[in-house]
Ligand binder design. Structure first.
Ligand code: S3P
Length: 192
């Protein structure tokens, strides 16, 4: 590009690829993701919802009837498909999506043109947030027995994986949805 060319969106410093949110169950990926999608005028995609649409089964049913490995395979498939879509979206990747090394590679590749954001939360805060929703069934079978213990255990395993894939981590414990969205949007406007 010559100096006289009008700046492309990318050279103007905007990230034109997908905005992907990662983090534990209860970290606010769906709520923050929907707020960001509205502000960016982009579609919002949630990997759990994509799995349910694709399989016609709920997350809970897939875990119960086909087991976690089958769920993880569906998760990888919808993530790959969502990330391959050329039109920029806001994508909430469910908490366990980072467990698979191939998914992590896809997320790193997506970060080249877009942004991967880790919504980082203390397990105790996550437990407070998710417990009320568990009674109604929900889509979090891994938390059915002892949610606080499970969140602690999963958080310890996954922290380095979220760190590996994310461009930025935002501590969400004491921040409102709007504050988190503001931080993400400011980062989106920075030169990649
Ligand atoms: C899971 C997170 C859930 C859902 C499933 C497993 C996990 O999604 O995919 O219950 O392993 O962390 P959210 O992160 O959207 O709650």
């Amino acid at each position: 590009m010559t100096h006289s060319s009008p700046p492309s969106r990318e050279s103007a410093g905007e990230r034109t690829g997908h905005l992907v949110l990662v983090g534990m169950m209860g970290s606010g990926k769906s709520t923050v993701g929907q707020a960001l999608a509205a502000r960016l005028h982009r579609p919002f995609a949630d990997s759990d919802a994509l799995i349910e649409a694709r399989t016609g089964q709920t997350v809970k049913q897939i875990f119960a009837e086909r087991g976690e490995p089958a769920f993880r395979a569906e998760e990888s498939a919808v993530l790959e498909e969502a990330l391959a879509s050329p039109s920029p979206a806001v994508i909430a990747a469910a908490g366990g999506a980072v467990l698979d090394a191939a998914n992590r590679r896809l997320l790193r590749a997506a970060a080249r043109s877009g942004l991967v954001v880790w919504l980082r939360a203390a397990p105790a805060v996550l437990a407070q947030r998710v417990v009320p929703s568990l009674a109604s069934g929900g889509h979090r079978p891994l938390l059915e027995h002892d949610p606080a213990e499970a969140l602690n255990r999963l958080d310890a395993i996954r922290r380095p994986l979220y760190e590996e894939v994310a461009d930025i981590a935002i501590d969400v414990d004491d921040r409102s949805v709007d504050e988190i969205a503001d931080i993400v949007l400011a980062r989106m406007e920075e030169r990649p």
